[in-house]
Design a protein around this ligand. Structure first.
Ligand code: ZN
Ligand code: ZN
Length: 369
């Protein structure tokens, strides 16, 4: 009994020991505490680096539409508090004894993945994003039983196999969105064999769409943007598009029938895809990239007539993400960003909800209190 009382009175272990005796370090972050309230400051514990870990001081983190879905629990997977963010860039502060690829002081990035099983067929193919045991950067059960917490924070600790090298010639704040929006659009361009002479259409000129235009144009393709209005036409041309279609212009859409080898569909809300499938060439593929939580009606007739394909694609593996970053280094490609202080995250969410962003919000984590 006395033992029990002694244990019961024992105060919580002070930092640096967290749950299970793991040595931890304190970080500042912004978290969602339920599906409707504004995000607010939150004290976060990060593990000290194990043998293969890299400890990173986060400098910037992009805001992706997927963050909103998880904050609102649209997929039913969210456990609160949730720190979103998977477009993470910063500087290495320390590394574990067995780390070989990174040193303190280097500029690095972390995208949507922080671990996988490493031995299944997809891991062996370096497509860890499709691993059945993939661990995503936030809202995902980690191996120690905790829930992963993302990059709206001042620090993160990640296994070196899931850390990317950021190009030295690109500003960190405008290269952060490459880690989700960049790889999400780069991967299907490579899968689709896009190069010189390819005709690519990009539906929606937002965070994903504007990266799709830049990456497809830099790959040698002729790029057309399809949008609901012509408000962003001059931006599309500046980013490398050579043509612009307004989706509601039936005459222009009919004239473009059969034209595109690959269509990247970046819309993240339910929408009518019938008119867009007709724009595909024979054997053309429309790739769905937006996280649409409601079903999309698919007409079969325009798929059959032309052997057209409707596909999906999810980010990219670690090797391809590094390849994309190196491609952006060589072609000098970054995102168009609006850098915001942490206190503006909730306002940014409201603006993102009504597509009022050109073209990615990026949080400056130095502003976190
Ligand atoms: Zn994302
Ligand atoms: Zn695996």
């Amino acid at each position: 009994m006395s033992c029990f009382r002694l244990a019961w009175r024992m105060p919580a272990l002070p930092t640096p020991f967290g749950k299970g005796g793991v040595i931890v370090t304190q970080a500042r972050s912004y978290a969602a505490f339920d599906s409707v309230s504004p995000l607010r400051p939150h004290a976060l514990e990060r593990r000290e680096p194990g043998p293969t870990d890299v400890a990173i001081d986060i400098q910037y983190c992009g805001i992706c539409h997927t963050d909103l879905h998880f904050v609102k629990n649209d997929l039913g997977l969210t456990k609160y508090p949730l720190v979103p963010g998977h477009e993470i860039v910063g500087v290495v502060t320390s590394v574990g004894d067995a780390v070989t690829r990174f040193r303190a002081g280097e500029r690095v990035g972390v995208g949507c993945l922080v671990n996988s099983c490493r031995h299944c067929p997809t891991c062996r193919d370096r497509e860890e994003q499709y691993c059945p045991s993939a661990i995503f950067t936030y809202a995902w059960p980690d191996r120690d039983g905790s829930i992963t917490q993302g990059g709206y924070a001042t620090k993160i600790t990640v296994d070196e196999a899931f850390v990317l090298r950021m190009p030295e010639n690109l500003a960190l704040e405008s290269s952060a969105p490459l880690l989700c929006a960049g790889i999400t659009t780069y991967s299907p361009l490579r899968t689709g064999g896009v190069g010189e002479g390819s005709r690519v259409a990009v539906i929606g000129l937002g965070g994903l769409g504007h990266m799709a235009v830049k990456l497809a144009a830099a790959s040698g393709a002729e790029v057309t943007v399809i949008s609901s209005s012509d408000r962003k036409k001059s931006d599309a041309v500046r980013m490398g598009a050579t043509d612009f279609l307004v989706a509601g212009n039936a005459e222009a859409m009919a004239a473009a029938a059969g034209r595109f080898n690959v269509i990247l569909n970046t819309i993240s809300a339910t929408h009518d895809i019938v008119a867009h499938i007709n724009l595909l060439s024979k054997d053309g593929t429309m790739v769905m990239l937006g996280l649409v939580t409601e079903p999309v009606a698919v007409p079969t007739v325009p798929l059959l007539f032309g052997r057209r394909r409707l596909a999906g694609s999810l980010i990219g593996g670690l090797a391809q993400t590094q390849e994309m970053l190196d491609f952006c280094r060589d072609k000098v490609i970054t995102a168009d960003v609006e850098v915001i202080p942490a206190e503006s995250i909730n306002e940014a969410y409201e603006r993102l909800g009504r597509s009022d962003v050109r073209y990615r919000f990026v949080i400056d984590t130095a502003t976190m209190q």
